[in-house]
Design a protein around this ligand. Structure first.
Ligand SMILES: Cc1cc2nc3c(=O)[nH]c(=O)nc-3n(C[C@H](O)[C@H](O)[C@H](O)COP(=O)(O)OP(=O)(O)OC[C@H]3O[C@@H](n4cnc5c(N)ncnc54)[C@H](O)[C@@H]3O)c2cc1C
Length: 633
């Protein structure tokens, strides 16, 4: 049996061995490449508290508190381009730059985490010599048919072939349903007075499920009424005014004050959209919920948005347009490690020899050689564990980037720089930016959330409960579910419940009652103050209470835990409850994202914040723009 203490450092798991080199070789390589990582460096298998892990953010926080560093020359040659941020946007910027300037372009990517990919991180578990993967952050290629020519083109160039992907994985999101497993809701005693799992919630008609819920009779009646309503709750308003009202009122307000339901009804929805907005229904516009198919709107006289509105905006829109239209075309694509696959493909292309193989299938199981990432002889280099603290033009028109690594400050010079890091840090590292632009960069607040992967030895308890996923309003983890069934080359997720699988659990840090941005600010502090022990306690407690009755035993079944905390998660997207309506519905130039991303001499700005869109295609599009703005110089 594995005791819970064993988890902290992942001792319970066997880790694939790194490639060995002789001490003499290591010495010679070290002299030539002082920044090269050791051959056994392999962060994807690290467990415990990952995501924004300890050691990754301290220098940035000290910078914000006013700390200054004396830097020495890193000793590198002058680069053509320095990219700050090794997420998908930063890696894509390096890719586009090299494409434009040729393979001889000298590029350095500086990244503060111990792994590349930004939010698109990979968690890799090993058990009995088998690899089990899960996304540590960025999950899906959402609405891939809506990707721009630039972002779809990049995925294609990297070898991502949608047709081939869907040949094997079209049933990915329906396999469990085909096995008879359903969605469910867990009512916990802290919130609802008693623990109760209601199977079929979300799949079966509400009349059938709500009667099993431990809810007040009035809440049950109002819930059914809301779902079945054909009433026009806003009879005095014409179609355009109805849309306006719904745009400026929260779904909570709508359900409680317009549809006159018991406040307990809203509680049933509060956990649903946490995965997108990281707030409850008090901070989500009613119109977004209508577009996403929430109940209570069928009887309204309501104007639709025009068909070309938002047509060229990245991502699945998350309620800004009708869900069917937003997701037209191929369904989402999910790789076993999420969009870390894209990051790995970018690195394979940028640093030849670092990621063995040649296809989107073999990249899934290939082991990255991190020792190759930062070598003098490579055109593109990726320097991990390094936080940029200053980016400034020199007198001779170059750009000097100072970064802190292991407490020491060093600088490199380049002909240009792309800041593909988060908007919130840019004003602190680039003092040349005018104040109005700094204010715009600081406008958005990224959302705090944690994605946890739990490797379990089997999922028989899910089978016996008849569920594949569960929503937990009021619970520490609001969403819990089995990883989708996938096949990519030699990698295949479990098909049989006696095989190990990774359970995905999401927790969201919100503060109801405040504006969306303030909810995120408070949530960031709460998340950073939450220890691994607290996460682990809730993982074990929730899984035991939900699945214990069907045989789940945390001591016996859990094989590994990786918590990915993202205090600075999704890019802030505009919300008409708090921001001007046009910011949410148009691409006007006065939006803070546009004001903030203006070029400063030889320094340009990428990353998904620059599009105010929490999507991978936004990150790629912005990288393309930022590189184009540097021109041919
Ligand atoms: C949990 C989670 C799930 C998500 N799921 C999806 C999804 O399913 N689909 C989707 O399309 N999008 C999703 N996203 C959104 C995701 O942010 C984008 O898709 C995309 O990965 C963003 O890429 P980026 O490069 O712009 O930003 P990031 O991935 O955040 O990369 C920026 C990098 O810059 C680094 N950095 C910041 N400051 C500095 C500094 N001073 N020096 C050096 N480095 C610095 C950061 O640490 C980070 O690694 C998700 C995000 C999160 C957090």
């Amino acid at each position: 049996m594995i005791s819970r203490r064993d988890f902290l450092n992942g001792c319970a798991l066997s880790v694939a061995a790194g490639s060995a080199i002789s001490p003499l070789e290591a010495l010679a390589q070290g002299a030539l490449n002082p920044y090269a990582l050791p051959a056994d460096y392999y962060p994807p298998t690290r467990q415990g508290l990952r995501g924004s892990h300890d050691g990754s953010f301290e220098a940035a926080h000290e910078l914000q508190d006013g700390r200054k560093w004396n830097a020495v020359d890193a000793g590198d040659p002058v680069y053509d381009l320095v990219v700050v941020g090794g997420g998908i946007s930063g890696l894509a910027a390096a890719y586009f730059y090299r494409k434009q300037h040729g393979p001889g372009a000298r590029i350095l990517v500086i990244e503060n985490h111990d792994d590349f990919g930004g939010h698109a991180k990979r968690n890799e578990f090993w058990h009995d010599d088998r690899m089990y993967l899960v996304n540590g952050g960025t999950l899906n290629v959402e609405a891939p048919s809506q990707y721009s020519t630039i972002s779809a083109g990049l995925l294609w160039e990297l070898g991502i072939d949608r047709t081939r992907y869907f040949e094997k994985n079209r049933g990915m999101f329906s396999n469990y349903r085909d096995m008879g497993l359903k969605s469910s809701m867990f009512f916990d005693r802290e919130t609802f007075g008693t623990d109760k799992l209601v199977v079929g919630w979300g799949d079966l008609p509400i009349r059938e499920t709500v009667r099993h819920a431990p809810l007040d009779e009035q809440v049950k009646r109002d819930t059914v009424r809301l779902y079945e309503s054909k009433e026009n709750y806003l009879p005095d308003l014409d179609a355009a005014m109805t849309r306006k009202r719904l745009t400026h009122m929260s779904y909570r307000d709508y359900v409680v004050n317009v549809a006159r339901c018991h406040p307990g009804v809203v509680q049933l929805f509060d956990a649903d959209l946490m995965g997108w907005f990281v707030t409850g229904m008090d901070a989500i516009p009613a119109i977004y919920c209508r577009e996403l198919g929430y109940p209570g709107f069928d009887g309204l006289n309501l104007e639709e948005i025009s068909t070309d509105q938002l047509a060229n905006e990245p991502g699945g829109q998350h309620g800004r347009e009708n869900q069917e239209r937003a997701l037209e075309g191929d369904p989402d694509m999910y790789f076993p490690d999420g969009n870390a696959t894209i990051a790995r493909l970018l690195v394979r292309s940028l640093v030849p020899g670092s990621v063995p193989g040649s296809s989107m299938e073999d990249v899934i199981t290939s082991r990255v050689d991190y020792s190759m990432l930062d070598r003098e002889e490579r055109g593109a280099r990726i320097r991990l564990n390094s936080t940029a603290v200053n980016v400034a033009h020199t007198k001779n028109g170059q750009v000097q980037t100072t970064y802190v690594s292991d407490g020491k400050a060093m600088y490199v010079r380049s002909k240009g720089a792309v800041l593909a890091c988060w908007n919130g840090i840019i004003p602190y590292i680039c003092h040349e930016i005018p104040q109005a632009q700094k204010d715009a960069l600081l406008f958005g607040v990224k959302s705090p959330l944690a994605y946890t992967g739990v490797l379990v030895s089997n999922w028989q308890s899910f089978m016996d409960a008849g569920i594949s996923r569960v929503t937990v309003p009021g619970g520490f983890h609001a969403s819990i579910g089995l990883q989708p069934m996938l096949e990519m080359g030699s990698y295949r997720t479990a098909r049989s419940p006696d095989q190990p699988i990774v359970i995905r659990m999401g927790s969201y840090f919100a503060e109801p009652g405040l504006s969306r941005r303030d909810q995120h600010r408070v949530g960031q502090r709460k998340l950073l103050a939450t220890t691994f022990d607290t996460f682990e306690h809730h993982i074990r407690d929730q899984l035991t209470r939900i699945l214990g009755p069907t045989g789940f035993d945390d001591e016996r079944d859990i094989l590994g835990i990786t918590v990915n905390r993202w205090p600075h998660g999704y890019a802030y997207s505009y919300n008409p409850l708090y921001d001007p309506e046009e910011w949410a519905y148009t691409t006007t130039a006065d939006r803070p994202a546009v004001v903030g991303r203006q070029r400063i001499g030889r320094i340009t700005i990428a990353n998904s914040d620059a599009a105010a869109s929490p999507h991978t295609d936004a990150a790629i599009n912005e990288a393309y723009r930022a590189v184009a703005e540097l021109g041919n110089g």
